[in-house]
Design a protein around this ligand. Structure first.
Ligand code: FCB
Length: 430
């Protein structure tokens, strides 16, 4: 059934620089990927999809798809390969990307940091480096002034806790630190980076008489107790939900950073100037986990698993559109003043068997949310193209467009046309 989406609703797709552009040679990941055993099958991002060299091909795909928005990230390591040294070619490249998108009637939605960082910055300690906020803010201002002065929507950091959790708690991504004790310093540093960029960009925009929207893209997952009536599972799922889903957006609302998982982490502090530094809620929704408590390396820790008997994507993540509605409702209840932009939602589906249905169900869910009065402003499918899925390498296929990595040719999948039709059906009547 076709319900009305608000006027100006954004229909689009999302990508991230490191996953599609190729040759991110000055980034922390580039070096790290060379170490055997880090990425599945020892794959490396390499030329990826050569989105850098073939942007115009991908732009024509977007036009064919009929989107009016494209979320992508700018790669700091390309803009500033060495500290203080800006790369004109990279700046020109992104200027061109923005110009071409605007010319095609596609709104550029810009992410400043999507998991990867310049190596020089990483070597100094990433978000916890001395002067981190000054460096990040300098980069953010440069992007705004030189590349994106015509753009309106910005994400400072993509999935802050997925990024920091992988890098500082689970030790799966660079700099591979393990244990909750490592989390506090980079977390605080990241929030200071965000805060300074938020105020600086707003000041710049105001000087130009423009109004912009800045936030983060938060990964919200549903955590349900594995055994519905088991108090330990209920408490653990609740603690994980509070820590993973709400620590960051709460901090951006209240200025208070509070994260507590008994026995694992206890952070409670105030960051001056951080309150009310998100103008909308960027929501990445993928799946749900069932939660129980179990022993891992001799200590009790939350253990996650998909619900058995339910359909999953190629990575084993449960397909759970109801969780999308649950998440949208919770975001709205918690932050009633914020509109919600779905910055990512997608499925790894090599055979393209479930993707069309996945999108349809999630868009239906979204329209249910809209009719409940939840102010949703857009939906961005992850992803336009198959791409380099971090430690999983190139195997997972999230794309509406299939990549043949041998010759970098692109082929829209059947779901590409289904999404195109769906966008057309939902387009507001003129
Ligand atoms: C999200 C990331 C994105 C991509 C998708 C599948 O967590 O933001 O880069 O890896 O998952």
């Amino acid at each position: 059934m076709t319900r009305e989406f608000p006027k100006g609703f954004l229909w689009g797709t999302a990508t991230a620089a490191h996953q599609v552009e190729g040759n991110n040679i000055h980034s922390d990941w580039w070096e790290w990927e060379k170490i055997p055993g880090k990425i599945k099958k020892n794959e490396r991002s390499g030329i990826a999809c050569d989105h850098w060299g073939r942007f115009e091909v991908d732009l024509s795909l977007m036009r064919e798809l009929g989107v009016n928005a494209y979320r992508f990230s700018i790669e700091w390591a390309k803009i500033e390969p060495r500290e203080g040294e800006m790369n004109d070619e990279a700046i020109r490249h992104y200027q061109n990307v923005v110009r071409l998108l605007l010319g095609a009637g596609i709104e550029p939605l810009i992410t400043l940091h999507h998991f990867t960082s310049p190596r020089w910055w990483a070597e100094r300690g990433l978000w916890a480096a001395p002067g981190a906020a000054t460096a990040f803010c300098g980069y953010a201002k440069l992007v705004y002034r030189e590349i994106a002065a015509e753009c309106t929507r910005f994400t400072t950091v993509n999935e802050p806790l997925v990024h920091l959790g992988g890098a500082y708690v689970l030790g799966l991504t660079p700099p591979e630190k393990k244990g909750f004790l490592n989390l506090k310093a980079p977390l605080v540093g990241m929030l200071e980076c965000h805060r300074d960029a938020y105020w600086a960009l707003h000041a710049d925009a105001a000087e130009r008489g423009r109004k912009i929207d800045i936030g983060m893209a938060h990964h919200v997952r549903v955590f349900d107790p594995k055994r519905r009536w088991n108090p330990v599972d209920i408490l653990t799922a609740g603690a994980l939900d509070r820590a993973f889903n709400w620590t960051l957006p709460d901090a951006l609302e209240t200025g208070k950073l509070r994260m507590k998982i008994p026995g694992l982490v206890n952070i409670d502090l105030e960051i001056p100037g951080l309150a009310r530094t998100q103008d909308s809620f960027g929501l990445n929704y993928y799946s749900r986990d069932l939660v129980t408590l179990g022993f891992k390396d001799g200590r009790l820790e939350p253990v996650l698993s998909p619900k058995s008997g339910r359909p999953t994507n190629d990575l084993g993540w449960e397909l759970y559109p109801e969780g999308f509605l649950r998440s949208l409702r919770r975001v709205h209840e918690r932050y009633p003043r914020l509109s919600v932009l779905v910055t990512e939602n997608g499925i790894a589906d090599h055979a393209d068997r479930n993707r069309s249905e996945f999108i349809r169900e999630h868009v239906d869910t979204l329209s249910a949310a809209v009719s409940e009065g939840i102010p949703v402003t857009g939906y961005l499918y992850w992803s336009l193209l198959d791409n380099f899925e971090w430690i999983e390498g190139f195997d997972p296929r999230f794309g509406l467009v299939e990549m043949d990595y041998r010759d970098l040719s692109r082929k829209p999948r059947p779901s590409f046309y289904k999404y195109r039709d769906l966008i057309r059906a939902h387009a507001p009547s003129p």
